[in-house]
Design a protein around this ligand. Structure first.
Ligand code: HEM
Ligand SMILES: *[C@@H]1O[C@H](CO)[C@@H](O)[C@H](O)[C@H]1NC(C)=O
Ligand SMILES: *[C@@H]1O[C@H](CO)[C@@H](O)[C@H](O)[C@H]1NC(C)=O
Ligand SMILES: *[C@@H]1O[C@H](CO)[C@@H](O)[C@H](O)[C@H]1NC(C)=O
Ligand SMILES: *[C@@H]1O[C@H](CO)[C@@H](O)[C@H](O)[C@H]1NC(C)=O
Length: 294
């Protein structure tokens, strides 16, 4: 058991955030990595060659996070998703996705604290991360997962949600490839929340769940470069495409600070109202009750 006093926790957070700001500033004045050289030499995925993809087998541990599952599916984390240390999460997330050291340390530490585990000594299975609702960070109205009220195992994507998400992209690059905009991500999150609120009798999202939801979803627009063709493979199979590399080329990676403008854009774009009436009428139709709205 690893208990952190609120004061120690505040100092830790302040330390991480000033480290993060420092890295954000250094990134501004340091040349970016060259295209095709983002994944570090010696790390799996160097030159776009990812280790073999093997879909999870019965008994393997997976979680609600597509980013972590994909690493296990390629054997960057143990393929069974079990017995993983926090420093291992830190270094594999850093090397695979080019999140900043401060970001990787913060999320791995946050997970350890949430689970009452020691960052240095303890080990977890991926499924342990899916601690729900007010005990943890796994939450309702995710982009790719059905709510835990309907599906206990959060380890697999719900393909109808994934298709709806991929179909929502409205942008295009100069070569005509489909891209996500922040407004697209906000729209899908709004709809998912309205539907969950209407259909899930246990629906619950507090402020920190909503913040994490916007933050997680913002990786679509940053690490994954908004590209629908890449995200198809990442969200459907939880597989890194052949030749893929993080779209963040700053030498110290995506910092907590540099993600915030995207998180805010996504968060402020969320508006459930356009979807609320439709969501409650489908809920009523499914439960066979008359719809009070009509
Ligand atoms: C130690 C590192 C990490 C931890 C502890 C973690 C944890 C989580 C958790 C608990 C969720 C589920 C939240 C929910 O209920 O929707 C989640 C979702 C997500 N994570 Fe991670 N994550 C980590 C790293 C990453 C990385 C490296 C990426 C991608 C590059 C990533 C991308 C995502 C995305 C896109 C979602 C949203 C999925 C959805 O809404 O269905 N995460 N993460
Ligand atoms: C987990 O990994 C540690 C370190 O490699 C090892 O000592 C331990 O036996 C492993 N536990 C299980 C259950 O495999
Ligand atoms: C962690 O410890 C706190 C306080 O002792 C407790 O309330 C909480 O349920 C524990 N969480 C887990 C996942 O064990
Ligand atoms: C929301 O729930 C989390 C646990 O999931 C808890 O730690 C946090 O204090 C809650 N936040 C708010 C703003 O109520
Ligand atoms: C995703 O959300 C989880 C909590 O739900 C958090 O621990 C993790 O740091 C988030 N990842 C990103 C990239 O925002």
């Amino acid at each position: 058991m690893f208990l952190v006093t609120p004061i120690a926790r505040a100092i830790l957070d302040a330390g991480v955030f000033s480290w993060d700001l420092g890295l954000t500033l250094i990134n501004l004045v340091t040349p970016r990595r060259k295209v095709d050289h983002v994944t570090p030499a010696g790390h799996p995925g160097e030159g776009g060659k990812w280790p073999e993809y093997i879909a999870p087998k019965e008994g393997d541990s997976r979680c609600s996070c597509p980013g972590l599952n994909a690493m296990a599916n390629h054997g960057i984390l143990p393929r069974d998703g079990k017995n993983i240390s926090f420093p291992e999460l830190y270094s594999t997330v850093r090397g695979t996705y080019n999140f900043s050291p401060s970001f990787c340390f913060y999320v791995a530490n946050f997970a350890a604290r949430m689970l009452n585990k020691s960052y240095g000594k303890d080990r977890i299975d991926l499924a342990d991360i899916d601690l729900h609702s007010d005990k943890g960070i796994e939450h309702d109205a995710s982009l790719t997962r059905e709510d835990i009220h309907f599906v206990k195992d959060q380890g697999k994507p719900h393909l109808p949600f994934v298709r709806e998400l991929l179909d929502a992209a409205s942008g295009k690059d100069t070569e005509g490839n489909m891209l996500f905009t922040a407004a697209d991500v906000s729209r899908v999150l709004s709809k998912r929340r309205a539907e969950s609120r209407a259909n899930n009798p246990e629906f619950h999202m507090n402020l920190s769940h909503r913040t994490f939801s916007s933050s997680n979803s913002s990786t679509i627009l940053t690490i994954f470069g908004s590209r629908v063709s890449d995200l198809e493979s990442i969200f459907i199979e939880e597989r890194l495409p052949e030749g893929w590399e993080s779209r963040i080329r700053e030498p110290f990676g995506l910092t907590i600070a540099s993600l915030q403008p995207t998180v805010l854009k996504v968060a402020f774009g969320i508006d459930e109202r356009p979807y609320a009436a439709e969501a409650s009428s489908t809920a009523a139709a499914e439960s066979g009750e008359p719809n009070p709205a009509t």
